[in-house]
Design a protein around this ligand. Sequence first.
Ligand code: AMP
Ligand code: ZN
Length: 115
Amino acid sequence: MNRDPSCIFCRIVAGEIPSRKAYEDDELLAFHDIAPWAPVHVLVIPKEHVASFYDVTEGHTPMLGRIMALAPRLMRENGVTGGFRTLVNTGPDGRQEVPHLHVHVMGGPRPWAKG
Ligand code: AMP
Ligand code: ZN
């Protein structure tokens, strides 16, 4: 599996940096954001290093579909019933801070810290 040893999310996948996991399988990992915008704020990532949405190709279609299918399940499992937001930041103008593809899934009652 493609991995970047200097990438913080690859290091989370490898267990070198701790995270509060929400879901894991062979291909995907979901964990709670360390600085949540909302009462429930989960990041869903492919375990393989994909730097950003710009790097997504046709071959990634099943992985992306699985991330999207996982989002509502994660929200329900974490007690979110009133709606949620789903966000992908891409590149510097998209305010992407961590260069490993991740989908933010945020929900829970308002007010939120951000967003
Ligand atoms: P982005 O701006 O889309 O790249 O978002 C990166 C997100 O990763 C931010 O919401 C950070 O709070 C979150 N983050 C950074 N480091 C960690 C970490 N070690 N564990 C969990 N979330 C993290
Ligand atoms: Zn990575």
